[in-house]
Write a protein that binds this ligand. Structure first.
Ligand code: CDP
Length: 219
């Protein structure tokens, strides 16, 4: 791969978004939160009154998605996360979002993409891959605090149930299931602060960059 692409995958509230943002800031790379694409498709499909279980109809919405539509604060809600995971099971939806993600990953200076299938399907040749995880209980606590900060009240038990349901759906689907790529480095953030997790990620990526540059020089 010519550009230095960093793939950051993992389940909901594992810390992958924060890690991707920090890596982007430290390395001066643009960051794409690919979850926002699925969230936008879910929210737009619902607003249009579509049947969310209809792959073709929802796929058609995905094909019209523009970068401007990713700015909507409604995409950050708990409900949008659930809608995203429902529409993300459809092959036509995933296919329609491929070009957008490939164009972002193909930027000459490199890029950071976070999601569920970046290291496995979107950028299988990415020189740096991380799979960020944490226990469902710790992830639920983080997500609960995050929602509270956004002014969205929810019980911890409900958020934990959401997380478990989403893990099962994202990992069990036929289309690009959430899974650790064989060459991705596992980063378990259960007992790590944000700072410690971001530092660990930076070290993994720096080592990958050294290997990538050595391989390029040897070509
Ligand atoms: O922020 P959180 O981890 O809760 O979710 P997200 O990254 O915004 O993703 C929302 C949903 O979109 C996930 O539960 C997946 O179903 C789907 N998704 C996906 O299928 N593939 C991606 N590359 C990113 C998200």
């Amino acid at each position: 791969m010519n550009a230095f692409v960093i793939a950051v995958d993992g389940p909901a509230a594992s810390g992958k978004g924060t890690i991707a943002t920090r890596l982007g800031a430290v390395l001066g790379l643009p960051v794409l939160d690919t979850g926002l694409l699925y969230r936008a498709v879910g929210v737009l499909a619902q607003r249009a009154g579509l049947d969310l279980d209809d792959p073709r109809a929802v796929g058609a919405i995905a094909a019209t998605l523009t970068a401007g539509q990713l700015e909507d604060p409604a995409l950050r809600t708990r409900a949008a996360g659930e809608l995203a995971s429902r529409v993300a099971i459809h092959h036509p939806v995933r296919a329609a979002l491929l070009d957008f993600q490939h164009a972002f990953a193909g930027r000459p200076g490199g890029a950071v993409l976070d999601g569920r299938d970046i290291g496995t399907v979107i950028c299988p040749d990415a020189p740096a891959k991380l799979y960020v995880t944490a226990t469902p209980e710790v992830r639920a606590e983080r997500r609960w605090k995050q929602l509270e900060g956004q002014g969205e009240a929810a019980s911890y038990e409900d958020v934990l149930a959401d997380i478990r349901k989403r893990d099962a759906r994202d990992g069990g689907r036929a289309a690009a299931p959430m899974t650790q790529a064989p060459d991705a480095q596992l980063l378990d953030t259960t007992d790590l602060t944000i700072e410690a997790a971001a530092d660990a990620a930076r070290r993994i990526v720096e080592a990958a960059r050294v290997r990538w540059e050595a391989a390029k020089a040897a070509d």
